[in-house]
Write a protein that binds this ligand. Structure first.
Ligand SMILES: [Mn+2]
Length: 455
């Protein structure tokens, strides 16, 4: 959502009803964190425009996540939220006099009644709107030019940030509504992308179809889409968008999400152009992903889910004749990590890889990753309201296969099968799950169902 777009009418009313309790809880937990850390107030900056070196242009702007905690404004630089417990929070809204760029209009939406909104032409006006002394105020944001003169009590105090981030993992009913809508927009984009793939589109054309269906430009998305045809699917964060379709159209791996109210969806699907071994492998991976989702509920240690994914991946690799050994040996030897070298999922929210994935408590201490799994981004025990991704995959990654071929793992891998499937790149299936006491709500599958497609 941008400052220029009001929420669609169909959502304004339920969102307004949900935002009030969400905001009250946010104010309460922020007040508690401030008190614990010895501050009287909080000042959060949306961020500054970043100029291109020796140019008069700036990079695409994205509001800082600690600012998006307070408002769904994702594209307004140099705004501030000022919160003092017991008082109505202030939004110092940057409204320059400008005829080169269109100043954002003062927001009026389902959330704005909860703020005192003050238009400010520049940083000096913003400072003038704040109390004379900020000596007991914690500031969150970049150290913009002139911040020193504001004499804030602390800039980005780590303990306070930790207290605030820890609680972000548990989403409110309002946040879940935003995440559901982000998934609906994302599912719409994925459906259009699948059609573009079936129609023979290039990676670039598939992205254009995704953007058009989401109704979002690239910089509004929570992350740049990964749109990989054929062997490009083996590059985990593949960033090239080839303008021409390949001669042979074998597979599409698309990892792309949309944003709503500042909240992200993070969705991956893999498609085969024709029936065959790779299409069968996608079916198996879809089943594996669904059985992992069935293990998700409050009280489960996420590290156990990650290790379970490796057991299931080992069985899948053997069933698909890609390895010759049993699950125990495939895991112990590290063979599963050749094919599945990333974490099984992460927290999702205002950031795609949301804050606080390792925190043992708000006071300190991190929960270690399992040994040999350096890329896992979440080690906490699941609680109701956590939103996580579930994203198992199997890939044919050139450097990892080359390394395995040159050591003791080589004898465990069926190389002719690997060579046969390598041109298809890889498979990842990723859904967003809202954890409940007894299971989880699959935000992504529900969204695809609402958008009229099976997956
Ligand atoms: Mn993800």
């Amino acid at each position: 959502m941008s400052a220029n777009d009001a929420a669609p009418d169909t959502h304004a009313e339920p969102l307004a009803a949900l935002f009030g309790p969400h905001f009250t809880a946010l104010c309460e937990r922020t007040a508690a964190a401030l008190e614990t850390c010895g501050f009287e107030a909080l000042l959060v900056h949306s961020g500054s425009l970043l100029p291109v070196f020796q140019d008069d242009r700036t990079y695409p702007f994205e509001a800082n996540a600690p600012f998006k905690v307070w408002t769904p404004l994702a594209d307004v630089p140099d705004c501030f939220v000022h919160f003092r417990p017991g008082r109505r929070p202030q939004l110092l809204f940057h409204r320059p006099t400008d005829y080169w760029y269109k100043p954002a209009p003062l927001p009026q939406d389902y959330w704005t009644a909860h703020f005192e909104i003050l238009p400010c032409a520049d940083l000096a006006a913003a400072r003038a709107a704040l109390p004379r002394s900020l000596a007991r105020t914690a500031y969150l944001g970049e150290d913009f030019g002139g911040l020193t003169d504001w004499a804030v009590g602390a800039v980005n105090p780590p303990r306070l940030i930790r207290h605030l981030d820890f609680t972000r993992a548990r989403k409110s009913a309002y946040e879940l509504a935003c995440l559901r809508e982000a998934n609906r927009l994302g599912a719409r984009g994925h459906r259009a992308a699948a059609q573009a793939f079936a129609g023979g589109g290039s990676e670039f054309e598939i992205e254009l179809a995704f953007l058009a269906a989401c109704g979002q430009r690239e910089q509004e998305l929570p992350y740049n889409p990964i749109i990989a045809l054929n062997e490009n699917g083996a590059v985990l964060h593949y960033q090239v968008l080839e303008k021409h379709p390949p001669q042979m159209r074998r597979s599409l791996l698309i990892d792309a999400g949309a944003e709503f109210g500042g909240y992200a969806s993070d969705i991956t699907r893999t498609y085969a152009a024709a029936e065959g071994d790779f299409a069968d492998l996608i079916q198996r991976m879809d089943g594996l992903q669904q059985s992992l989702c069935a293990h998700v509920r409050a009280g489960v240690d996420w590290r156990e889910i990650h290790l379970l994914a490796h057991r299931l991946a080992a069985e899948l690799l053997r069933d698909a004749d890609l390895v010759s050994c049993g699950a125990e040996e495939a895991i112990a030897s590290g063979v599963t990590r050749v094919f599945l070298p990333h974490g099984i999922g992460h927290l999702l929210g205002l950031e795609v890889h949301d804050a606080g994935g390792f925190m043992r408590s708000p006071d300190g201490g991190d929960i270690e990753r399992p040994e040999g799994h350096p890329y896992l981004r979440l080690t906490r025990t699941l609680e109701p309201g956590f939103v996580v991704t579930m994203e198992p995959g199997i890939y044919f990654i050139e450097p990892l296969l080359a390394a395995a071929q040159s050591d003791s793992r080589a004898r465990l891998i069926r190389w002719p099968r690997v060579e046969a499937l390598r041109p298809w790149g890889g498979i990842r299936i990723e859904d967003d799950l809202a954890v409940t006491a007894t299971g989880c709500e699959n935000l992504t599958r529900d969204a695809f169902a609402l958008e009229g497609t099976e997956r």
